[in-house]
Design a protein around this ligand. Structure first.
Ligand SMILES: [Zn+2]
Length: 228
C-alpha cells in the first residue's frame, strides 16, 4: 500500500482523477461513437489505479457516465431507457443474452429499424459487483441483455493474470465500435481508445516499478462471459 505521506502528496487531476504526474487528459481525443454507450461505474471501481470506464467516457462525446450500485431510481437513466428513439441493451452475460455478433450491425440492416440508435449499457465493475448492480437495478433487468466472448484475452491481462477471459471496459467499448465499423480502418478515431489505454498501462507499470509503490495495477475489468 502507498505510504500515507505519498497519498497526501498526490495532487489529483479533477478530470481523469489521476495523480497529476499520471494525468492523461492531454491525450484525450473525444469523438462521437456508434453505438452510444452508458457506463455505470461501481463506486469501488472509481478508486482503482486505472479506471478504464472513466477513460473511455472522457474520449466519447456522446457517452454518459453514472456512478452507483442501484440505478433503479436514476432519472437520467430512466429517461434514456424510455426514449422511443433509442434501443438500449445491457452488456451482461446470462442464459437470455444475445451474442453481439448476432445483432444487426451494418447501417443498411439498422435503417430498417426506423432510425433507432443503439445504446449499450456497460457495468464497469468486477463480476461479483456487477451481479449486485444488476440485482439491485430493476430497470436494467427489463432491457435485452447482450454478451460477447472476446476473441483474444485482454492485452494487459495476458501480462498480469494469464487465463483471464475478460476485457477492460475500454477494450470492450473499442471492440463494440470496431464491430460496427465499415471495414477495418487503422486511422479510425476509436482506435485511440486502445492507444491511450496501452500508454496508461505502461505508464502505470513504470510508475509502480519506480519505487513509488509495490502495489500491482488494479484494472477495472468486465468479465464478459461466464466462467467455463
Ligand atoms: Zn487528467
Amino acid at each position: 500500500m502507498p505510504e500515507q505521506e505519498d497519498l497526501k502528496s498526490r495532487e489529483e487531476c479533477y478530470r481523469c482523477r489521476k495523480a497529476k504526474v499520471m494525468c492523461y487528459c492531454a491525450q484525450i481525443k473525444p469523438f462521437a461513437s456508434d453505438p452510444e454507450f452508458v457506463i455505470l461505474i461501481h463506486p469501488k471501481e472509481t478508486r482503482k489505479a486505472i479506471n478504464t470506464g472513466r477513460m473511455a467516457f472522457l474520449n466519447l462525446q456522446n457517452a454518459k457516465l453514472l456512478v452507483g450500485n442501484d440505478f433503479s431510481g436514476d432519472p437520467s437513466l430512466s429517461r434514456l431507457l424510455n426514449d422511443p428513439s433509442k434501443r438500449c441493451y445491457l452488456l451482461f452475460p446470462g442464459p437470455a443474452a444475445i451474442d453481439i455478433h448476432d445483432l444487426p450491425c451494418s447501417p443498411s440492416d439498422r435503417a430498417g429499424k426506423a432510425g433507432l440508435s443503439d445504446v449499450f449499457i456497460i457495468l464497469d465493475a468486477t463480476w461479483s459487483m456487477a451481479k449486485k448492480m444488476f440485482r439491485l437495478s430493476q430497470n436494467l433487468q427489463k432491457i435485452p441483455q447482450v454478451m460477447f466472448k472476446p476473441e483474444k484475452a485482454s492485452e494487459f491481462l495476458i501480462r498480469q493474470q494469464p487465463g483471464f477471459d475478460c476485457y477492460s471496459t475500454i477494450e470492450t467499448i473499442h471492440h463494440m465500435i470496431e464491430l460496427r465499423a465499415n471495414g477495418h480502418d487503422a486511422a479510425a478515431p476509436h482506435h485511440h481508445l486502445l492507444h491511450i489505454f496501452r500508454d496508461m498501462v505502461q505508464k502505470q507499470i513504470d510508475y509502480e516499478n519506480g519505487a513509488f509503490s509495490t502495489e500491482s495495477p488494479a484494472l477495472s475489468q468486465n468479465r464478459l462471459s461466464p466462467s467455463h
